[in-house]
Ligand binder design. Structure first.
Ligand code: SF4
Length: 141
């Protein structure tokens, strides 16, 4: 496709000061290659990586929205734990922010409890493409 010279110049001007780097989309298990443009330490653009054999330059909608999702106002930045009136984990309690240390301690406690209850020695899991990001990250830690 031929792009008029004026438009090419305008596009180049608009990208002034951008730095493009390779990255991988983390929003499912496919692992598509993406290109991230940054300026002033912030992501300003995302596009598919044409050199990535997995996706050959194309991404799904989640891939194209990597930056918007990363800077989303409702993005969780610390763990939330359901806590009861006594300050302890309560499956029916309200979500409250906790430290990463407490979150991992709680997970370790409940996973070990479950393994003991089921008389199991290991925990295996199967990841599917539509797993939520935070669940995926929890499982891989
Ligand atoms: S969410 Fe979309 S772009 Fe990201 S790895 Fe999965 S298929 Fe690729």
């Amino acid at each position: 496709m031929n792009v008029p010279t004026q438009m090419q110049a305008a596009a180049k001007n608009a990208e002034g000061g951008w730095r493009w780097d390779k990255a991988a989309c983390r929003f499912c298990g496919t692992g598509c290659g993406i290109m991230l443009a940054t300026k002033g330490g912030k992501i300003v653009a995302v596009k598919g990586d044409p050199a990535a054999p997995v996706n050959r330059g194309l991404n799904c909608i989640k891939g194209y929205f990597n930056a918007k999702i990363m800077y989303g106002a409702d993005r969780l930045k610390q763990p939330l734990l359901r806590i009861g009136a006594d300050g302890k984990f309560d499956k029916n309690g309200k979500f409250a922010p906790v430290s990463w240390e407490r979150a991992y301690d709680e997970m370790e406690f409940h996973i070990k409890k479950r393994l003991k209850l089921l008389d199991l020695k290991v925990l295996e899991y199967l990841q599917v493409g539509n797993i939520l990001l935070w669940k995926d990250m929890q499982l891989k830690k």
